[in-house]
Design a protein around this ligand. Sequence first.
Ligand code: HEC
Length: 96
Amino acid sequence: MKKMFTTVMILMLIAAVGVLQVVTEQNAFAASGKSLYNKSCKSCHGAKGGGAGGPDIREESFNSFKKAVKNGKEGMPAFKSLSSSSIKKIWKYVHI
Ligand code: HEC
């Protein structure tokens, strides 16, 4: 009986560590999107994409978001050096 209790406790511990790891990775993903956003986009699109000089970009689909960032738009410069995964991070950040 005692052995079973120990086994259950160990399994629960392993599960808890797994959950913690996933949460930490998600936070790191959003955090790098945040710093990219603050560096390149915030001046025109405001805090968290809510709009300032540029429009509100929180509802944009990923495809048109990526297109706008890669190609630029009227009044918005193109960010050719941003990789697709960086753009995805920024997109996730403004969609949270
Ligand atoms: C110099 C100011 C400026 C910066 C910096 C800027 N934008 Fe923009 N952005 C604009 C303006 C102005 C528009 C509207 C252009 C239009 O409608 O023709 C726009 C449009 C967009 C759109 C399309 C929205 C729509 O409804 O058509 C997206 C998506 C977007 N920006 C994302 C970004 C992201 C992500 C960054 C940072 C990598 C960024 N922008 C940086 C000014 C800027």
